[in-house]
Write a protein that binds this ligand. Structure first.
Ligand code: ZN
Length: 205
């Protein structure tokens, strides 16, 4: 089996303070988009800042890994289908995200989805914390308890549209504090006690 997930489903504006910092309303239903699995890199690999963008930003997130197929699931069925969690950085070219009506380009560059090693199990998501550091300085901090839509609600909602399959990853949204990444930086997303992904940022050559 490939070590690449079939798909990465992402959730936008799932923390109130982050929605506000970008001038957006808090959504009344989950806001979904996809990130291509070709964007995945592992801890230690470089994030390549593309020449097409002047505003690359970090978004530290809790990534949920699916273990069993679910379609039109209840929240209980969704929770039971989780295999594990990963630290995930939803790297975003903010300028391109804002200029395009769809987010595919701004979210989809190669290297824009660093993920950490998978922790296998189902944690108490309300107690799971995610911290993002750039060059050792904390930029973002949040917990599952602050999510607008909880993990089981998100998975059940997604599964009304598409089957979630083993290995698929759901990126559950980012807390406030998103900010720039420039060549020379090292960015680390830590899902505290579970998974960490750390990546240097380099310029496109
Ligand atoms: Zn995100």
């Amino acid at each position: 089996m490939s070590d690449r997930p079939g798909k990465i489903v992402c959730v936008g504006r799932n923390y109130r303070e982050h929605a506000k910092e970008l001038g957006n309303a808090v959504p009344t239903q989950p806001l979904l988009f996809l990130k291509p699995s070709s964007a995945i890199i592992r801890s230690g690999d470089a994030i390549v800042s593309p020449g097409l963008s002047n505003q690359v930003e970090h978004e530290g997130e809790i990534g949920v890994v699916i273990g069993a197929p679910i379609r039109r699931a209840t929240e209980a069925q969704a929770l039971a289908a989780i295999r594990g969690i990963v630290a995930l950085n939803d790297v975003t070219a903010r300028d391109i995200q804002k200029s395009d009506p769809q987010w595919t380009r701004g979210k989809g560059f190669d290297t824009f989805c660093p993920i950490g090693p998978e922790w296998v199990g189902v944690p108490d998501f309300d107690r799971v914390e995610v911290v993002t550091r750039v060059n050792g300085v904390v930029r973002q901090r949040g917990s599952g308890a602050e999510m607008v839509f909880s993990v089981p609600v998100l998975l059940a909602y997604i599964s009304q549209v598409m089957t979630l399959e083993p290995g698929d990853i759901v990126a559950t949204g980012t807390p406030a504090g998103v900010g720039p990444l420039v060549p020379g930086d090292v960015v680390e997303v830590e899902v505290v006690g579970y998974s960490t992904v750390s990546n240097p940022v380099v310029a496109e050559s």
